[in-house]
Design a protein around this ligand. Sequence first.
Ligand SMILES: NC(=O)C1=CN([C@@H]2O[C@H](COP(=O)(O)OP(=O)(O)OC[C@H]3O[C@@H](n4cnc5c(N)ncnc54)[C@H](OP(=O)(O)O)[C@@H]3O)[C@@H](O)[C@H]2O)C=CC1
Ligand SMILES: CC(=O)N[C@@H](CCC(=O)OP(=O)(O)O)C(=O)O
Length: 342
Amino acid sequence: MTVRAAVAGASGYAGGELLRLLLAHPGVGIGALTAHSNAGQRLGGLQPHLLPLADRVLVDTTPENLAGHDVVFLALPHGQSAAVAEQLGPDTLVVDMGADFRLKDAGDWETFYGSPHAGTWPYGLPELPGARAALEGTRRIAVPGCYPTAVSLALFPAYAQGLAEPEAVIVAASGTSGAGKAAKPHLLGSEVMGSMSPYGVGGGHRHTPEMIQNLSAAAGERVTVSFTPTLAPMPRGILATCSATAKPGVTGESVRAAYEKAYADEPFVHLLPEGQWPATASVYGSNAVQIQVAYDPAANRIIAISAIDNLAKGTAGGAVQSMNIALGLPEDTGLSTTGVAP
Ligand SMILES: NC(=O)C1=CN([C@@H]2O[C@H](COP(=O)(O)OP(=O)(O)OC[C@H]3O[C@@H](n4cnc5c(N)ncnc54)[C@H](OP(=O)(O)O)[C@@H]3O)[C@@H](O)[C@H]2O)C=CC1
Ligand SMILES: CC(=O)N[C@@H](CCC(=O)OP(=O)(O)O)C(=O)O
């Protein structure tokens, strides 16, 4: 079976990484490539690493250009996907890599994104309880945010197995590609190189409600989240350091056993051997997630650390993984757990 896929936002970082993965996917043929300000340009001038597609010309992001495909990926800025998606038929698999359909609570959406809520689609993080079943056969997928991917995978086993109190503290470092390709003053090389800095401090980051949604569902009670993102001088990668107070009776052994149970059969999540710690360099360009967990008896806290590539498992790889499930393909088709090093 070969499906024909269109990519809206093909000139951006997420669209570019998606095309890199789709070029290696045996079940996908690449159809229309759309953009906005770069419509009319050769892809090779914007994504020079995608050599097999260099002479393809970007077209406008219109329903006409996206029609006639089996799968349409939307790698557009927040708030742009809903209007495009509603023009696509119910038989088309629409995979939204933006935020528009991730949140269930309309109030949360309005508070953090400042526009009317478009709706909620099956959530593309297959490792979460119940998520795979919701993705099977669906024709609409909301790909999670990059930080919520890293944080939810680091912490949900502790909540799902009743080991952690409902308050999580998270500090995560992201590479600069997480902010997209558009020029922003704080992303100038001279600002980023040789420096790390926090942003969105104090509960203001828009990924906070998405983390609360995922962790609360796992816990069966509302989990509060204190989330501090930081910008790291690297192009890709997220390292999320997450902790929560342990419930009475928790030990290092019970925490380890909970994570081993949660991830025993997951193709992309690798619980590292004890004593080895996640590193962004180890997952560069791959769909793998590295996780390690420890119990700090002096502080009575569970500490879970994850590393992902924000553009791979954190966006495009997660999108392909969920597409595979929706189409009934083996989940790992076209995806690799092999990174690039050094
Ligand atoms: N970067 C990351 O790590 C992650 C990104 N995402 C999500 O993926 C989506 C794309 O992000 P990213 O690739 O980083 O962003 P970029 O800024 O790199 O790319 C944005 C893309 O959208 C196009 N675009 C911009 N404005 C419009 C518009 N008004 N209508 C239609 N197309 C438009 C751009 O076209 P043109 O170049 O022609 O202007 C470009 O192709 C976002 O929703 C983001 O949240 C999700 C998880 C992680
Ligand atoms: C470093 C950096 O700026 N990262 C982005 C997150 C990117 C992402 O995954 O988020 P969305 O898909 O929700 O846009 C940020 O903090 O806004």
